[in-house]
Design a protein around this ligand. Structure first.
Ligand SMILES: Nc1ncnc2c1ncn2[C@@H]1O[C@H](COP(=O)(O)OP(=O)(O)OP(=O)(O)O)[C@@H](O)[C@H]1O
Length: 263
């Protein structure tokens, strides 16, 4: 089944296009890495697919229906977390919130079956032992995994992740990338992941989309990640470096760290 299908999609804010004329298809079970410089329209595209933003022209279908009719199939992990850290929630409570909201509960007592599921999902993201710890006291990588667990509580078929690796150190990036890989392999969830640093995610990306207010390239990583394409968006300093059968991208938006060295 097609998880997402866009045809001549133009997304606007108050009549002004933010992203123009995008056409692509993402089959269910595939992972798409969404790349582009600041202000390219990455978050805008994710929000429109998730039905948080509705001003667009052209066609957009999610699981073969309009995005707003597919909301229960979508999990969204936003970029800068709006979670109020002054509220002393435990990791388990944060995860359980993903099940409570979806079921439409209006009170704060979390049902036992939701807690049980939250414990299992925390285990799945490799954080089985930390349910009782306060969310705000966790490391950046642990927080991100808790937020992934929260999104998994509703068993989404499509997971939209906005910069899940940002502000993490290299080892935390690798941990989060491993969990994303596990979600893909064991749950078969379709994912769209925006990132400035594509390198830790290249192993799990089936497809790469490069945008800059319009579609620049879409295809398999080896098709999109070429010197020519990357330079056309990020300028002459950007490059693609082949290393042992893989590629590393330097786009100038970030530095790549390997073994403590800055490349
Ligand atoms: N609510 C809004 N109202 C008006 N314009 C907006 C709104 N949100 C985003 N934009 C504009 O749309 C364009 C795309 O922004 P968007 O946040 O989608 O880019 P992005 O690729 O996610 O950037 P970044 O990597 O910096 O997060 C920008 O020009 C931005 O100023």
């Amino acid at each position: 089944m097609k998880a997402v299908e866009a045809e001549n999609l133009t997304i606007l804010y108050s009549g002004q296009p933010a992203l123009s004329d995008v056409t692509f298809t993402l089959e269910e079970g595939k992972t798409l890495l969404l790349l582009g410089p600041n202000g390219a329209g990455k978050t805008t595209l994710l929000k429109t697919i998730a039905c948080f933003h509705r001003e667009y022209t052209g066609e957009l279908r999610v699981f073969e229906r309009p995005p707003c009719e597919a909301r229960e199939l979508i999990g969204y992990v936003p970029q800068s977390q709006s979670l109020n850290e002054r509220v002393p929630l435990t990791a388990l409570e944060v995860v359980a919130m993903g099940g409570v909201y979806r079921k439409g509960f209006v009170h704060f007592r979390i049902p036992g079956e939701v807690i049980e599921k939250a414990e299992k999902v925390l285990e799945f993201v490799g954080l089985g032992g930390i349910g009782d710890r306060l969310f705000r006291e966790l490391s950046g990588g642990q927080k991100q995994r808790v937020l992934l667990a929260r999104a998994l509580m509703s068993d989404p078929r499509l997971l939209l992740l906005d910069e899940p690796l940002s502000a993490l150190d290299p080892s935390a990036r690798a941990e989060v990338a491993n969990v994303l890989d596990k979600i893909k392999r064991e749950k078969g969830v379709t994912m769209i992941i925006t990132t400035h640093d594509i390198n830790p995610l290249l192993e799990i990306g089936d497809l790469v989309m490069l945008i800059n207010r319009r579609l620049i390239a879409f295809g398999r990583p080896e098709e999109v990640l070429t010197d020519e394409v990357i330079k056309s968006v990020y300028g002459p300093m950007a490059k693609v470096i082949p290393v042992g059968g893989k590629v590393y991208c330097i786009t100038g938006d970030f530095h790549i760290h390997r073994g403590g060295e800055k490349i």
